[in-house]
Every structure is written in C-alpha cells, then in structure tokens.
Design a protein around this ligand. Structure first.
Ligand code: GLA
Length: 387
C-alpha cells in the first residue's frame, strides 16, 4: 500500500486530529549460515526492501490500538495489562516488545497505529521480527526521543519473541531487520554480536526469492527440537573440550571429537553446524572479492547440508531448489531461514530471470500442485522513521 493511501486509511479509521508519523521495518533474507545464530556462529543476512509500514499518532491515555490492513483486524491493548494472552494472536508480537521495553523502564504511552506489510507471513522472510523491530523503533522515537540504542531494541524484540511469544529463535532476524544497510549484507557473529558489512552487489546476477507457499509455523515446527539436539551435542563435546558453543569448534576439532556423539541424528546436526560456520566465513570473503560463482557453490553445499544433515528442508523446498539448479543460468540456490517450508533463494543471470521465474513456476506447480511466488528485491536499510 502506498504511504499516501496508508495515511488516508489512518485518518478514516482514527480521525484527523494531530500529527501522524511514518515508519518502515524490512524483512530479511539470510544468504548462508542457517541455524547458526543459536549456536554462537556466523550468519550472513541482509534486510530486503519488502517489509512492514506503520502510521502512528500519540494518544493521551494508556490505550494502544493497532489496525492491520493485511488481515483487516484491530487489536486493542491497554498498557496497564501487558500480560501475554493467546487470544491476542499476532498482536502478541508488538505487545511483547512493549512489555519488554516497559519492564526495562522506558517511557511508553497510548497510540493509534495502522500497519500494512508486503511481506508474505510465515514464509521465512521474518515478518514477525519486522513487526517487533517496527514496534521497538516507534516506542524509541515517540516516547524516548529516539535515544534507545539499537542493541537494546534488538534484544527487546528478540526477548519478546522468545520469552513472551515462546518461539525460541536466535537473534539473527531482529538484528538484520534493525541493522540493514542499502546494498550490503551483514556478517554477524552471533556469539559476540560483532558485525561487518559487505557490499552486496551481484554484477551480472540477480538474487531471486522463491516462496514455496508451504506455510510453516515455527511454534509447531521442529525448530525447538533442533535447538535441543544442538544443546545435547554441546553437552557431550564439553566433557572433552571446554567450549561455550558448537561454533567454537573448527572442522579439525569436530573431526577429532565426533565419535563421542553416539546418536547419529545428533552427530549430523553438529556436523552441519560446524561445516556451515566455516562456509559462512568463506562466503563472506567471496562476496568481498566479487567471486559470485564460488559464493554460489557454497549456497548449494549449504542446502545439501540442511537437507541431509540438519533435515529441515522438505519436499517443497527441495523441489524448488532442484528445479532452480537444473536451469542453466542459475549458479546457486538454497533454502533461507528456518526451513520446513517458506522461501528459498537462487542466484540467476540477470537477463534470464524472467525466463527462470516462468519455467521454475511452471515446474513447481506441476510437481507440487500449487503455485510458488517469486520476488526480486534489493537489499535495503534497516528499520527507520520515514520523512
Ligand atoms: C529462523 C530463526 C532465526 C534462525 C533461522 C535459521 O529464521 O528466527 O533465529 O535460527 O531460523 O537460520
């Protein structure tokens, strides 16, 4: 929805009585480094230019109204009661952020909010982190003179998702959504939150996001199970080597110690983590040196590992990635995000992109029985107030 239409809709819903402020918060794509954030490893995401818009106006009481144009629903929250309530459904994400920031002593008062997003929900592009960071930034700019530092916003949003909504995710999504930079990807070390930007321009190639339209719900998925399996692997390794997280292991360390892990499933999870972490570091160097072909090969290896070792892909993601790789001008493809459905990415020669989308779309539809969607987005800024 265009910002002008959004403002009209805001006035229609809440009346024309005071200044409206505008915000945008992006989604993210992770290039490589899946399921490493909660293992203290490297990830390599970027903020995309699809995301969630908001119009906001202060109120003089403790009520927060949020209308979403996407699902045509209104949530009414009272700041005097910010406890989690299952019935609040999607509104628990912004509510969780309010809860966390208020608990930390930040100022917060009533607001009327209209939100509208162009990110597909539950598709692995971080629609929930986009909404959380949007809320955190609104609270900072409206009530705290924009002075809450970005790490505090990221951590509050992350805690809202983990401790409040109950999805035990890592910190990558909130970080990427908040810290994105135009035409850049972020190499983030999740153990220390140290990060560096790399220019992310693919020359003759484009990155195509492929949405399998296979919905996944992180609550119900095996996400938390994978985390536990990694915890188990860490416990076993720690008996012999004093490490803080699985990603502290080099490939050589891992190979010396892997026989200690007797359970094959758990061994496979740990192997993915260690090798994937090594791939991220190489991928970063390749991108910095414009070695797009070499970088793309690592994406293929990453998907193989997520399929065979981490076992988080599934028929839809595997089909779309296989079909993409069978297209002669596609040099790399992998799932992105948690897996179990959602989106994959492909690196495709620029002037073959239309052909690619048409062919892969048709093949996917024949094999899976429903449509895939394709998006071409650039890498954009992290969350910001517009104007
Ligand atoms: C989801 C989580 C992230 C991360 C990815 C997998 O997107 O929210 O924290 O673990 O899955 O890389």
């Amino acid at each position: 929805m265009h910002i002008k239409n959004l403002a009209d809709r805001f006035i229609q819903s809440y009346g024309n009585v005071g200044d409206i402020r505008f915000f945008f918060s992006p989604g993210r794509v992770n290039l490589i480094g899946e399921h490493l954030d909660y293992n203290g490893g490297y990830v390599f995401p970027y903020a995309i230019d699809l995301g969630t818009y908001a119009c906001v106006r202060k109120r003089n009481d403790t009520k927060i109204n949020i209308i979403s144009t996407n699902i045509d629903e209104k949530a009414c929250i009272d700041l005097r009661n910010l406890e989690f309530n299952k019935e609040d459904d999607w509104a628990n994400y912004p509510k969780g952020v309010m809860y966390m920031l208020k608990k930390e002593g930040y100022a917060l008062n009533g607001m009327d909010i209209l939100i509208s997003g162009n990110l597909p929900n539950g598709a692995g592009l971080s629609s929930s982190a986009s909404l959380e960071i949007l809320m955190a930034l609104i609270i900072s700019n409206l009530f705290n003179e924009g002075k809450i530092d970005k790490f505090t916003l990221i951590k509050a949003a992350h805690r809202a998702e983990g401790e409040y909504v109950g999805v035990n995710c890592g910190i990558m999504d909130q970080f990427a959504v908040c810290m994105g930079k135009k035409n850049s990807a972020i190499l983030l070390h999740c153990g220390s939150l140290k990060h560096e930007y790399a220019k992310f321009l693919l020359g003759d190639y484009s990155l195509v996001i492929m949405n399998t339209n296979k919905q996944r719900n992180l609550n119900k998925s095996k996400y938390n199970e994978r985390r536990e399996e990694c915890g188990e692997a860490l416990k076993i390794i720690k008996r012999n080597k004093n490490i803080g997280s699985l990603c502290n292991l080099t490939i050589e360390n891992y190979e010396e110690l892997e026989s200690l892990i007797k359970d094959e499933g758990i061994r496979k999870r740990a192997k993915h983590v260690v090798y994937e972490n090594d791939r991220v570091k190489r991928a970063y160097e390749y991108i910095r040196n414009d070695k797009i072909e070499e970088f793309s090969k690592l994406l293929i290896e990453s998907h193989e590992s997520l399929k065979n070792l981490y076992e988080v892909t599934g028929k839809e993601l595997d089909t779309i990635v296989e079909e993409a790789l069978a297209f002669e001008s596609c040099i790399g493809a992998k799932m992105t995000g948690a897996g179990f459905g959602g989106c994959a990415i492909a690196i495709v020669l620029k002037d073959r992109v239309n052909d690619f989308i048409e062919k892969i779309g048709r093949k996917y539809r024949t094999e899976i029985g429903y449509y895939a969607n394709f998006y071409l987005t650039g890498s954009g800024e992290g969350a910001l107030e517009i104007f």
